[in-house]
Design a protein around this ligand. Structure first.
Ligand SMILES: [Zn+2]
Length: 78
């Protein structure tokens, strides 16, 4: 995973939709990614559902080096 950490504005996992870009292997390009909480809020589902979608391959999951999961914005199905 190649992460563009310079693009992380603020770096806090809060409710604000921060613009974070990371390499999505399934898109094959740098894509805007959301935290699980942001994706859950956007889709009006629980974070657990986001994790399940990621495990099922329904959305593109980008695993950060710290273990945090990010979701490829393009792959969101809501
Ligand atoms: Zn993607």
């Amino acid at each position: 995973m190649v992460l563009n950490e310079a693009a992380v504005a603020g770096g806090q996992d809060n409710e604000v939709l921060l613009l974070i870009f990371a390499w999505c292997a399934r898109c094959g390009r740098q894509e805007r990614v959301l935290t699980v909480r942001q994706a859950a809020a956007l889709c009006a589902v629980s974070p657990r559902t986001i994790h399940r979608w990621a495990a099922d391959g329904k959305i593109h999951a980008v695993r950060m080096s710290e273990g945090a999961l990010l979701v490829c914005y393009r792959s969101l199905i809501c």
